[in-house]
Each structure stands twice: as structure tokens, then as C-alpha cells.
Design a protein around this ligand. Structure first.
Ligand code: GUN
Length: 289
């Protein structure tokens, strides 16, 4: 039976670090501030954004909440981003994704000043990440690395298999795992990979980031592998108050029998994403002084 990785507790430590660095900055007269922009009312996005705003306040930071109607135009959103770029009291800018379909995400992400790109989605941040240069690292991949480090799961020489190639998780994570200081051998699987199990069964570290509930079943996992489940899927559940529950990309109960480590959903990677965001916001504020 796998050790269940307690993401909430590990995230708590990171949040304490963010809070103490925030307190030090406040003594210098700087309060770290993140502008959080949400266009529309996608229920999952509303819940993520609310959690981020609450965490910022708990760490002593400022959250500038900007809610826009789903019908907001691309030009209006770009104008907003430009004004936030110029606002010296704003250290970080987070535009919650996905954006409404009529807005080109690329244009909006590219409009953000890389110095305020605490999501690490700007092409400059992505380039720096791939080159191993300093820059903002996307929060979810950085949270996954922090979990591996905290649990002392060896990465050097390990075969890490990443399932999913999204710009938010799979791609940046694969690039981080091949860095010299991590030194994993990385395979990236995606919808074109055919027999997924053929690859996942070779993983010492299996990272499920496909956004498909229960995709990873026990037969796809090598005995003793560490399984990091990045999936946060809403599945219908009539017994739940909200009518749904959260399920990861791994079939938790059966995979936990075989793995050495596993992250639960919720309570695994999710809390780490927010904690790493707080650390990126503090870094942005520290860089500004
Ligand atoms: N949508 C899902 N995850 C994220 C994230 O980490 N940042 C932003 N901006 N949008 C997201």
C-alpha cells in the first residue's frame, strides 16, 4: 500500500515561507500584490480564483480581484493587462485560463510583462525555463517538483513518464524533470501515444496530467512506482451536496495498492499549486525592490 502524500501539509510549509517573506517585505514598505483576472463564470475557474485570493490574504499579501463579464472583448482585456503592467503597486498578474472562446489566449498571455508573469506562461518565461535560466516556473509543475523533493523521492536516473502535454502542466514539467539538478529520463505521452500502458508501466515516477478521470488504472503502473496525480476532474455524484466530486486521473484505490507513493485528489497537487503561486508573487515583489 502506497504512502499517501499529504499535499496540504507540505503546501502549508510553503505558505508559511511565503508569509514570512511577505512580512519582511512589508517592513520595507512593500506589500506583495497579485492582480487576479477572471473573465466569465466558469464554475471551476471561480472556485480556483476564490481559493487563490483567500490564500493571498492569509499570507498577508494583497489580492486585486478583477471580475469581467464573459462577453468582455479581447481589446478590453489587453487594455486591462497593459494598465496592470504599468501599475507599480501590482507585482504579479494572473489571468485565469481558459478564457472565453472569442479571446485569443496567446495574445493575452504575451501581453503580460514577463516581470509580472507569476504563472510562468509567457513565451519569455517558457524560454527561460527550457534554457534553465532564472524566471518564473509555472505553479503546478513547480508544486509537483516540491512534492518529490519533500518526500525525498529520487529523481536522478529515474524514468519519469508524464501523461499530458498541456502548456500549463505536461510540457513545462517534462522540461523541468530533464534539468541537470533533477536528472530524470523523461517520456511524454499524449493522445497520439497509442498504447499508453506500454509507456506508463516503465515509469518509476508516473505523472498523470491528462485531465481524464480514472485514466490510469493499476495494470498501467509498475509495482513501487511513485504516482503524482495532477488531474482535478469533476465527476457527477448525486450523494454529494454540490452534485459532483473531484476525481484524479488515476484510479486511486487500485493504483494505491501497487504504488510506493501516491497523491490524493483533492489534497495532493492542488494545494501545492496555490502555495507555489504565493512564492512566485513574493519573488516578483522582492525583485521589484
Ligand atoms: N487554469 C488552470 N490552471 C491555471 C493556472 O495555474 N493559472 C491560470 N492562470 N489559469 C489556470
Amino acid at each position: 500500500m502506497a504512502i499517501i502524500i499529504d499535499g496540504k501539509t507540505i503546501a502549508g510549509k510553503k505558505r508559511e515561507e511565503a508569509a514570512s517573506r511577505t512580512a519582511a517585505l512589508k517592513k520595507k514598505g512593500v506589500t506583495p500584490c497579485l492582480a487576479v483576472v477572471l473573465a466569465g463564470e466558469d464554475p471551476a475557474s471561480v472556485s480556483y480564483v476564490t481559493a487563490k485570493e483567500k490564500a493571498l490574504l492569509e499570507a498577508g499579501m494583497e489580492s486585486r480581484d478583477i471580475r469581467l463579464p464573459a462577453a468582455v472583448s479581447e481589446e478590453e482585456l489587453l487594455a486591462l493587462v497593459n494598465s496592470l503592467n504599468r501599475d507599480v503597486s501590482v507585482h504579479g498578474i494572473l489571468v485565469q485560463l481558459p478564457l472565453p472562446a472569442h479571446i485569443r489566449e496567446d495574445r493575452v498571455i504575451t501581453a503580460i510583462d514577463p516581470a509580472k508573469d507569476v504563472d510562468g506562461f509567457h513565451p519569455v518565461s517558457v524560454g527561460n525555463l527550457i534554457l534553465g535560466r532564472p524566471g518564473f516556473i509555472p505553479c503546478t509543475p513547480n508544486g509537483v517538483l516540491a512534492l518529490l523533493e519533500e518526500m525525498r523521492i529520487p529523481t536522478a536516473g529515474a524514468h519519469a513518464v508524464v501523461v499530458g502535454r498541456s502548456n500549463i502542466v505536461g510540457r513545462p514539467l517534462a522540461n523541468l524533470l530533464v534539468r541537470k539538478e533533477i536528472n530524470a529520463t523523461v517520456t511524454v505521452c499524449h493522445t497520439g501515444s497509442g498504447d499508453l500502458g506500454l509507456y506508463t508501466r516503465q515509469a518509476d515516477i508516473l505523472i498523470a496530467a491528462a485531465g481524464k478521470p480514472g485514466l490510469i488504472t493499476a495494470d498501467m503502473v509498475k509495482e513501487g512506482a511513485a504516482v503524482i496525480d495532477v488531474g482535478v476532474n469533476r465527476v457527477p455524484d448525486t450523494s454529494a451536496k454540490k452534485g459532483f466530486r473531484l476525481k484524479g486521473d488515476a484510479d486511486f484505490d487500485t493504483v494505491a495498492e501497487k504504488a510506493s507513493y501516491i497523491t490524493p485528489v483533492p489534497g495532493g497537487v492542488g494545494p501545492m499549486t496555490i502555495a507555489m503561486l504565493l512564492l512566485n508573487v513574493v519573488s516578483a515583489a522582492e525583485n521589484s525592490v
